[in-house]
Write a protein that binds this ligand. Structure first.
Ligand code: SF4
Length: 279
C-alpha cells in the first residue's frame, strides 16, 4: 500500500519535472496532474495530488474532493507521543486504534477533517453509517444540513475543522459510553490543541458535556462560555434538529451567531496595546 502511494507520488513528481525542464507548459502540467488519480482499492477511495503537493481524497460513494493525507505514507513505528503529534499523525493512530470496544464494529475510524489551525471547530458525537463507510465526519443528511447551516452563517465547510468525541461508530448509533468517551478523549484533546479554534461549537449532548457537565442543551444552547481564549458554544445536534422542527429553527438561529462569536474571540488574542506613561 505505501509503495503504491509512493509510486503515484513519483509519477506526479515526474510531470512536475517535465514542466520545470520546459518540456511542457504550466497549463499542460496542471491538466496532466488533474487527470492523474490513484484508486486505493482497499477502501475504494480516489486520491489526487495537486501541483502544490496537497493531497485530496474522494471518499467511497462521494463526489466531493476533500483535503486529506494518505495515512499509508506515515510509518506507525516512528510516531511521537500523542501530545506531540501533528493532525496527520493523530489520524494515523486513530485509524488503527483499539483502545475501546468500538473498534470491533467499525468499518473505518473517522479522525475528523478540516484546516489546522482554524477559527471554528465543530465537535459532534460519533460517526453514523455513512461516516463509517467514508471515514468522514458529518456526511449524509445531517452533513448536508450542517453544510447549509455553515453557508447561512457565511462559512464554507472547508474552512472549519470537524471532529467527534468518539472516532468509531457506536453500534446502531447508540450513545457513546463513558469508557469509550474516556478512551478517545486524548485524540480530541490533541486536535483541539492543534486547531487552536477561536470558537468551539459542541453539537449534541456528549460534546456539550465536555465543557458543560450535566447541562441541559434546551436551556443553554447558543450561550457561549469563555475557556481560556476560546469561546465554547453548545448547539443542538443537526440530526436531532432535523427530527424536531422547533430545534431546527433554534439551530439555524444559533449558527447565525458564529461570525460575531469569532469576532469576539479574536479580540481575546489581540496583543495588549503598549502602556502609555501619562506622568
Ligand atoms: S472510539 Fe476512539 S478510543 Fe475507541 S477504538 Fe475508536 S479511536 Fe480508539
Amino acid at each position: 500500500m505505501p509503495q503504491q502511494f509512493l509510486e503515484f507520488q513519483q509519477q506526479v513528481e515526474a510531470v512536475k519535472t517535465r514542466y520545470l525542464t520546459g518540456e511542457i507548459s504550466e497549463i499542460e502540467r496542471n491538466d496532466f496532474i488533474r487527470q492523474m488519480n490513484y484508486h486505493d482499492t482497499a477502501w475504494d477511495d480516489v486520491w489526487m495530488l495537486s501541483p502544490k503537493g496537497e493531497w485530496f481524497r474522494k471518499a467511497t460513494g462521494s463526489k466531493v474532493w476533500i483535503r486529506d493525507y494518505p495515512i499509508a505514507l506515515i510509518d506507525p513505528d516512528t510516531l511521537p507521543p500523542i501530545t506531540e503529534m501533528n493532525a496527520h499523525q493523530v489520524a494515523r493512530v486513530v485509524h488503527d486504534c483499539t483502545r475501546c470496544g468500538l473498534h470491533e464494529g467499525r468499518k473505518r475510524a473517522v479522525p475528523g477533517e478540516g484546516p489546522v489551525p482554524a477559527d471554528i471547530m465543530l465537535i459532534g458525537e460519533g460517526p453514523g453509517a455513512t461516516e463509517d463507510q467514508q471515514a468522514r465526519p458529518f456526511v449524509g443528511a445531517s452533513g448536508k444540513f450542517l453544510d447549509e447551516l455553515l453557508a447561512q452563517a457565511g462559512y464554507k465547510r472547508a474552512e472549519v475543522f470537524i471532529g467527534n468525541v468518539v472516532k468509531c461508530r457506536p453500534p446502531n448509533n447508540r450513545d457513546p459510553q463513558p469508557d469509550e468517551l474516556a478512551a478517545c478523549k486524548e485524540y480530541l484533546d490533541r486536535q483541539v490543541e492543534l486547531v487552536q479554534p477561536k470558537v468551539i461549537v459542541t453539537l449534541g449532548r456528549f460534546s456539550m458535556y465536555r465543557y458543560f457537565p450535566g447541562a441541559s442543551i434546551t436551556k443553554i444552547h447558543g450561550q457561549s462560555k469563555r475557556v481560556g481564549d476560546t469561546l465554547i458554544v453548545p448547539m443542538f445536534h443537526p440530526a436531532a434538529a432535523l427530527r424536531n422542527p422547533a430545534w431546527r429553527a433554534l439551530l439555524i438561529e444559533d449558527f447565525q451567531k458564529l461570525p460575531a462569536l469569532v469576532k469576539e474571540a479574536t479580540s481575546f488574542r489581540q496583543p495588549e496595546p503598549p502602556a502609555v506613561n501619562t506622568t
